[in-house]
Write a protein that binds this ligand. Structure first.
Ligand code: ASP
Length: 331
């Protein structure tokens, strides 16, 4: 039997870190290319190659590195049956969402994984996570996903919710794509492998602002963001996306932004929440002022999708169309 060819792309995170002996804080290790030697048995199942992209704590991840990662995968795309990306868990949901927009119409999986305990420490979850990610990358899946513990989660639906070695991510508004057990269970709503032409649009415009509305929010904060020249804005409203409409109304500011060609997206602050701008006056008035609803998207998917949309089109009406269209299962 031909073993599937998998490429492990290394982007950093705890999985490749060591403790600084002086401070006790974790930092990226010098040499991580030996990583695939720690689980030689995987080579019985897949042919695994290693490629270094960056070695950073994922709080230093940037849209420029998303572009670099997407470009690396595009360049290697025809040589492999699947990809594993080792990445810090802190911003993994952002990178996974970003890649789902940069690399659309996949015919093979891109599987993100990481760990909470470094590989070189006793009891590390990294070894198992890498093995499970490699096995997932050889399955009949064709989308960006996250595998930590035994869950396979759609990347642009994932949220980091916990720091535990058994469960780091969940998918509040969409069921898991599968579970790694005996046997591996894959659910029917996953995207399957078939012949498709890859759509490669790797750029992001990160000149946006994300503002959480709070009781006492000064509408001039929005004015300041506009003056700073932001290209887009995400406002996290209350409940299903309600915003203040009385003395402290932000509705005129939303109108002003949209008139100036700056798209305003209303998201929500709930863990499992869906934005619904027709539920209350506070959402309805924002919608009438020209705001766009994030609907059921996670904040991570909303942010990366807006950055991606702004890099590909400028008109507010076109951005609206992109944001309201289900591109890769994020809605
Ligand atoms: N701070 C680390 C990172 O995101 C945490 C992890 O890898 O889980 O890079």
């Amino acid at each position: 039997m031909n073993r599937p060819k998998i490429c492990l792309l290394f982007c950093g995170g705890t999985i490749g870190m060591v403790k600084n002996p002086k401070t006790g804080a974790m930092q990226p290790a010098g040499n991580v290319s030996e990583i695939i030697r720690i689980f030689p048995e995987i080579q019985k199942h897949v042919q695994l190659d290693f490629k270094m992209v960056v070695n950073i704590d994922s709080s230093n991840m940037s849209p420029a590195i998303w572009t670099q990662l997407a470009t690396t995968i595009r360049d290697l795309y025809d040589q492999y049956d699947g990809f594993v990306v080792a990445h810090g868990t802190d911003t993994m949901a952002y990178t996974a969402s970003a890649l789902s927009f940069a690399l659309q119409n996949l015919s093979k999986p891109i599987v993100f994984t990481g760990s909470l305990i470094p590989l070189n420490e006793i009891g590390s979850d990294g070894r198992n996570n890498l093995i499970y990610a490699c096995l997932t990358a050889s399955q009949d899946i064709a989308e960006v996903c996250i595998v930590i513990g035994n869950r396979i989660i759609r990347g642009n639906r994932a949220k980091k919710y916990h720091e535990s070695i058994v469960a780091v991510f969940h998918s509040p508004n969409f069921p898991y794509l599968g579970e790694l057990g005996r046997p591996i269970m894959l659910n029917e709503w996953r995207k399957r492998r078939r012949k498709r032409t890859l759509e490669f649009k790797p750029n992001f415009d990160s000149n946006i602002s994300v503002l959480r509305i709070f009781p006492g929010f000064d509408p001039y904060i929005i004015e300041n963001v506009l003056r700073r020249g932001a290209h887009g804005m995400i406002l996290e409203g209350f409940g299903p996306g309600n915003v203040p409409t009385l003395d402290n109304s932000i509705i005129p500011k939303i109108e002003k932004a949209v008139k100036a060609g700056v798209p305003v997206i209303i998201a929500n602050q709930m863990e499992k929440g869906v934005t619904n701008l027709t539920a209350y006056q506070g959402g309805y008035q924002a919608m009438k002022a020209g705001a766009i609803s994030s609907k059921g998207m996670t904040t991570e998917a909303t942010i990366t999708k807006l950055m991606w949309a702004l890099a590909n089109t400028k008109k507010v009406s076109d951005i609206r169309e992109v944001m309201e269209t289900n591109l890769e299962g994020e809605l």
